[in-house]
Design a protein around this ligand. Structure first.
Ligand SMILES: [Cu+2]
Length: 313
């Protein structure tokens, strides 16, 4: 600061104001830090990776993710390493003279060929996984999944079992009148039940607007589109409960139509089917499920999918 300068006072004020802003920023940072520290429970739930895979496809997706992240890391290190090395080693202050040249065919060929090879190296395993995801041939059982505002409908085409799956989180938890449960907004009254180790084909559609069915641990994700039937598949390789959500913004209760898949042993699955069929007879189809949803026949007429095939098998 120049003493005796008529602007010295103004400069002082600017310094003070800058100091105030800095102080405020530090206070804000402190508040955010304290906020994070007090929500230790919430932090404990944070996971910094994909969900542990529970199907071969999910495993492929997981491995692919790791591989691509490593490639990205390698590129990051090389590019930033070269940049900082150039900035520091060749700085003017160190007496470096700038080179004067234009065009260098060798370097241009190298920086075209290397990225091309990297891209090809990433595209090959990625395409393999995508093709595997789309191969829904030879299923052991087929389930039609219908998205509704705001619930899911499941029709087991082989067993003739149909039901809706609704959010079961109590209203009190949603409006903060009760503490939130362990599976808050990720719990349903009737989960999808499938046998372990079986190839499950899902025919996915919607009855009103776009929805999307996603269970990350099973590696199954597919848009549910009214009037169309899209398919996907999974083979759960462990018994357990797997949770997912609708992942296409579908209206006011989009966040209130979770998905729960219960993977059980083959015996338990047979028991479950028997119990569902017994229950269905009692109910005497009082409420025909998925009446308005596009039937398999309609879909075939539309040429949308070979939806009738699993029923015929
Ligand atoms: Cu939805």
């Amino acid at each position: 600061m120049r003493h005796g300068d008529p602007d010295a006072n103004d400069t002082n004020n600017v310094d003070e104001r800058t100091g105030d802003t800095m102080k405020k920023m530090w206070q804000l940072a402190g508040m955010v830090g304290a906020g994070l520290a007090t929500s230790q429970a919430a932090l404990a739930d944070w996971a910094y990776n994909l969900q542990p895979p529970a199907s071969p496809i999910a495993q492929h997706v997981f491995d692919l993710h790791n591989l691509i992240m490593l490639v990205c890391l390698g590129i990051f290190i090389v590019v930033f390493g070269a940049m900082f090395w150039s900035l520091i080693k060749h700085r003017k202050a160190a007496g470096h003279q700038a080179a004067h040249f234009h065009e260098n065919t060798t370097i241009e060929v190298i920086w075209t060929v290397i990225p091309f090879l990297i891209l090809m190296g990433m595209a090959y395993p990625a395409a393999k996984v995508v093709i595997d995801m789309k191969d829904t041939s030879n299923p052991d059982l087929t389930i039609k999944v219908t998205g509704y505002q705001w619930k899911w409908g499941y029709d087991y085409l082989n067993e003739g079992v149909s039901f809706y799956s609704n959010l079961s989180t109590p209203r009190e938890q949603i409006v903060n009148a009760q503490p939130k449960g362990e599976h808050y907004l990720l719990e349903v009254d009737e989960p999808m039940v499938v046998p372990v180790g079986k190839r499950v084909r899902l025919l996915i559609t919607a009855n009103d607007v776009l929805h999307a069915w996603w269970v990350p641990a099973l590696g199954a994700k597919q848009d549910a589109i009214p009037g169309f039937i899209r398919d996907t598949w999974f083979t759960a390789d462990k018994i357990g409960t797997f949770r997912g959500q609708c992942v296409e913004l579908c209206g006011k209760d989009h966040g209130f139509m979770p998905i729960v898949v219960e993977v059980v042993s083959e015996e338990d699955y047979a028991k479950w089917v028997a119990s569902k069929k017994g229950g269905a007879q009692v109910a005497a189809a009082a409420e025909p499920v998925a009446e308005q949803a596009p039937s398999a026949e309609v879909a075939v007429e539309q040429g949308a999918a070979d939806a009738a095939a699993p029923a015929a098998q």
